[in-house]
Ligand binder design. Structure first.
Ligand code: HEM
Ligand code: HEM
Length: 178
């Protein structure tokens, strides 16, 4: 397996980062909803400890992915019309944007609420802002709206991947797999 992306294939770093983030995000979403629903308790605090740690990890992986993507080329969509290509690009841009906005709004929310982020109980992250009630409300709103947008875009993304594989029977899903 090659390290670099080619015209037809994703290289292994892109694949690894894609599936690692996919897995983390698919755990992160139910974890967020579940922890948010719990009454205040030690369990809730612990689950949010995990939610914040995973979220920051996703942020780091997303930044690595974007840097790696910018350092090389990416495969072109096979037999796709101009409109299809533009839609795929739009969807992917939205996913990248959300992988940055979600953790950052979470980080700002925690900082503005004056709650420390103890990353995997290894080290405390610096606060991005001082205590600020209004900013906390805004960041929370941004986090919530982004979650809904993510659910919609992901449904289309996963649907499109399956459609390529089972209906069009092209290489789009295979070339992202190992
Ligand atoms: C089971 C779930 C998923 C499947 C089956 C899937 C499938 C795929 C496939 C086949 C591609 C390659 C498209 C191409 O070669 O043009 C792709 C790209 C991509 N996926 Fe996923 N994906 C899944 C989950 C996710 C998740 C959770 C995210 C993050 C929120 C994500 C973000 C992306 C992004 C940003 C790209 C574009 C890569 C680039 O152009 O640099 N995917 N996905
Ligand atoms: C890709 C990363 C992330 C995803 C997909 C995600 C997803 C979610 C979801 C689904 C919820 C429950 C629904 C809601 O209240 O909006 C939630 C809530 C929350 N998340 Fe995240 N999150 C991410 C990153 C983070 C990070 C990095 C932090 C903090 C450092 C964080 C802090 C919070 C907090 C404090 C809540 C509760 C919000 C409230 O009180 O309404 N999240 N998140």
């Amino acid at each position: 397996m090659s390290i670099r992306n080619t015209e037809q294939q994703w290289g292994w770093p892109s694949k690894l980062l894609h599936w690692l983030t996919a897995l983390l995000i698919l755990v992160q979403i139910p974890l967020g909803f579940y922890a948010d629903d719990l009454a205040n308790s030690p369990l809730k605090l612990e689950l949010f400890g995990w939610h914040k740690s995973f979220g920051i990890l996703i942020l780091m992986l997303a930044i690595m992915r974007l840097l790696w993507r910018m350092a090389g080329s990416i495969p072109t969509l096979p037999d796709a019309s101009f409109v299809q290509r533009r839609l795929a690009n739009l969807g992917h841009s939205l996913l990248y944007g959300l992988m940055l906005v979600l953790p950052l709004s979470g980080w700002i929310m925690s900082s503005a609420a004056n709650r420390p982020i103890n990353w995997f109980w290894i080290m405390e992250l610096p606060a991005l802002t001082g205590p600020d009630k209004v900013l906390k409300e805004i960041a929370e709103e941004v986090h919530e709206v982004s979650v809904i947008l993510l659910l919609v875009v992901l449904a289309v993304h996963i649907g499109a991947a399956l459609w390529h594989h089972f209906k069009l029977r092209d290489s789009v899903l295979k070339r992202m797999w190992f």
